[in-house]
Design a protein around this ligand. Structure first.
Ligand code: 0GY
Length: 291
């Protein structure tokens, strides 16, 4: 049963005015279910509505994108079946980020690699998972480093202090979800956002997704209060930023974003063709399609 307060994705998003460059990648999205084929995890903290691969690929085409990076979400736990099935039916137009435990064997990782998985996700958001000790994640990091994979990390701004030394000790490229979820109300000069930018400035292997204005905004659409944050990161680190829709937007409580409107924010945060090309094509291809 879908959670009573779970909002389904927008049924008919608008056609964006912004036309993404050829080959553009939506580098953060999910597939959910369908539950009768790919059941949700017994350990999940929420039950979403199904958001199957066919809907994701149709949205990709509607928005003018070419490729997806499908990130394993917590409601599927460490059963990556729905995500891998989507990768296998994508015609090489999707790559994946898996969630695994520290018991996974090299043969399983190799099978995932062949399907298109190029990273693992460490989720530290307590409303979504019960985080484990850092040594657990370090073991996984060492194992996936051998395959050349990177690590996607999801955390809330308040947890950054406790994670800095751990993040700086990881042996791979690190990709931080949603700009480390800054507290927008505290402003762009706040300690937390300055600390996040310093972390990226100090560590050339740390990348971020300038995604999810709809989660971070205190004002709601069109999310103008978030633009300065994303634009600052794109300007400072043009070769280490990615963009994604976050479709189907799990756990949005206030409203459901129109994906077309999210795409129309891109030229506000990446104002030149060169920045757009890096954000949407060069950077994600480097991380996910370069062999
Ligand atoms: C996102 C954000 C959320 C959910 C998950 O793994 C997940 O369940 O990532 C959230 O609720 O903030 O990036 O999809």
């Amino acid at each position: 049963m879908i959670d009573a307060d779970y909002r389904p994705f927008h049924p008919n998003p608008s056609k964006p005015e912004f036309i993404p460059p050829k080959g553009a990648v939506d580098a953060h999205c999910h597939v959910f279910g369908p539950a009768d084929k790919f059941p949700y995890s017994p350990l999940r903290k929420y039950t979403p509505c199904d958001a199957p691969k066919e809907k994701l690929f149709a949205l990709r085409d509607h928005l003018g994108f070419s490729r997806n990076v499908i990130v394993q979400a917590s409601c599927h736990g460490k059963d990556n079946g729905a995500m891998i099935d989507a990768l296998r039916s994508s015609n090489d137009m999707a790559r994946g980020v898996a969630v695994i435990d520290d018991q996974v064997c090299d043969a399983e990782l190799q099978t995932m690699h062949e399907a298109g998985v190029r990273g693992v996700r460490f989720n530290f958001v307590k409303r979504l998972v019960d985080p484990k000790p850092h040594d657990y994640y370090r073991k996984i990091a060492d194992q996936v480093a051998k395959l050349g994979w990177h690590i996607v990390v999801y955390f809330e701004a308040a947890d950054l202090d406790g994670l800095v030394s751990f993040l700086e000790s990881l042996p791979t490229t690190i990709l931080i979800d949603h700009m480390g979820r800054p507290d927008i109300a505290q402003g762009i000069d706040s300690h937390g956002f300055v600390q996040f930018q310093d972390l990226m400035a100090r560590n050339g292997n740390i990348w971020t997704k300038v995604s999810c204005p709809e989660r971070l905004s205190t004002m709601g659409p069109p999310y103008d209060d978030v633009i300065a944050f994303s634009r600052a990161l794109v300007a400072a680190f043009p070769t280490r930023v990615l963009w994604g829709t976050d479709w189907p937007h799990p756990n949005m409580k206030s409203h459901m974003p129109d994906d077309g409107h999210l795409v129309d924010i891109i030229p506000k945060i990446a104002p030149t063709k060169n920045l757009q090309e890096h954000l949407l094509v060069t950077n994600p291809l480097t991380l996910y399609w370069d062999e």
